[in-house]
Design a protein around this ligand. Structure first.
Ligand code: FCB
Length: 410
């Protein structure tokens, strides 16, 4: 029995998120589609959750779960399947999707780039191309022009550092490169692309005399905990926190291109530096075992305290903080509820200590295609049967719905 009851502010934004490629299905013009069908993967994304067709009934579910906010993304490769050709049909589809949320009184948070690229763009070198920002800006303008009457919250790029890391340093995602220099270069190009997009989005709203939108990125923040207080570990944890978590935010704050801080939080690394070689210094970790700490089904440590620490750290930037992703993949739905409860408690503690958090979106609404890990991880509040596409609302979703409805966590 828990003996606590905590209350969140009345206007707090509550909901869950998805990204187009992970739920829509049939995104055949994207670089991921090409990659997953031409390399050895657990499985291709295929029809995903068929959310492209089923969004209306999925939004009925969201409404019944009392979410007042929902995050989704636009699939660039649908909207611009060939260089310079923008599909009116697909842009109108997304307008219908957003309107379907608005009709239900649900606030949309729209991501413009969530890991996937059009195949034509990837073939031109993707984010390494010197004109990458130009291509991306052109797409952003097309979308924002049509969706601006309906959208207040924009996320230009999802997790730039994660994308740069997996695609250009670890070599685990397309285009599977392994270069520190290239990864940093791509990270910086993504930052510049965000700055361009920020300016363009604001200019469109201004031109149309709409109230100013709120534009940000979704920054994945990871906790870096030291195995012990050795100098190497202190320095290693500091460097990783700076490079992965802080550097991008600092640069964007410097250019005044963040209206809020979009934060995705999942886990921690236990820093255990064994030598001063750059690879060791930046990546040695102590591999925890399940006897030490709870883990999700992908083996990531469950570490709610890290969310509290990071929110308190971000407080100094004096911008509203919006938690755009936080969640667990598990086959035990009780664990999911415990995860949500523990993390929401930390959010509330951080708020009591002055962190200006304005909303929390669980990742994810639906079980979905977890990138290189395929369909095995189950992150959803709602279970998806990948044969029948039937949705089943989990108990954790019902408990979370009570929090969304009342603003009270028990
Ligand atoms: C984040 C991604 C999201 C999902 C979760 C588990 O890094 O933004 O698409 O894969 O991890």
């Amino acid at each position: 029995m828990n003996n606590f009851e905590i209350t969140f502010p009345k206007r707090f934004l509550w909901g869950a998120g998805t990204s187009a490629y992970q739920v829509e299905g049939n995104n055949a013009n994207s670089d991921w589609w090409d990659w997953e069908t031409t390399t050895k993967r657990p499985e291709p994304s295929g029809l995903a959750c068929r959310h492209y067709e089923l969004y209306d009934s999925d939004f009925d579910l969201i409404q019944s779960l009392h979410h007042n906010c929902h995050r989704l993304s636009i699939e660039w490769s649908r909207v611009e399947p060939e260089e310079g050709y923008f599909s009116d049909h697909e842009i109108r589809h997304y307008e219908d999707v957003i309107k379907a949320l608005k009709r239900r009184g649900i606030e949309p948070v729209v991501t413009l780039h969530h890991f996937t690229n059009p195949l034509w763009f990837a073939r031109l070198g993707g984010w390494e191309n010197k004109d990458a920002r130009k291509y991306y800006s052109r797409y952003v303008e097309q979308i924002v022009d049509v969706l601006s009457p309906h959208v207040r919250f924009w996320v230009t790029i999802n997790e730039p550092m994660v994308y740069a890391y997996y695609s250009y340093l670890a070599g685990l995602w397309p285009p599977q490169k392994k270069s520190f220099g290239l990864a940093m270069k791509v990270a910086d190009t993504l930052a510049l692309a965000h700055i361009d997009a920020y300016g363009r989005i604001h200019a469109i709203y201004k031109r149309k005399n709409f109230p100013a939108p709120l534009v940000s990125i979704a920054q994945n923040i990871r906790s870096f905990v030291r195995k012990n207080a050795s100098f190497k570990n202190q320095a290693g944890a500091f460097a990783r926190d700076y490079l992965f978590n802080q550097r991008l935010i600092k640069n964007l704050l410097h250019t005044k291109s963040l209206d809020f801080l979009g934060v995705n939080y999942y886990t921690r690394d236990v820093v255990d530096v064994r030598s001063w070689s750059p690879a060791s210094f930046l990546s040695d970790v102590h591999k925890t075992d399940p006897a030490e700490i709870k883990k999700n089904s992908l083996g990531w440590d469950v570490y709610p305290e890290g969310l509290l620490d990071n929110l308190l750290h971000l407080k100094k930037y004096q911008l509203p903080i919006f938690i755009l992703e936080n969640g667990i993949c598990t086959h035990d739905d009780n664990e999911r509820w415990e995860f949500i409860q523990a993390h929401l408690k930390c959010v509330h503690d951080a708020m009591k200590k002055g962190a200006p958090v304005m909303g929390y979106l669980y990742w994810s609404l639906l079980d979905n295609y977890e990138w290189a890990d395929g369909y095995a991880p189950r992150f959803g509040l709602v279970d998806v049967d990948y044969t029948t596409f039937k949705r089943t609302v989990r108990d954790s979703a019902k408990k979370y719905a009570q929090v969304c409805k009342s603003g009270i966590l028990k």
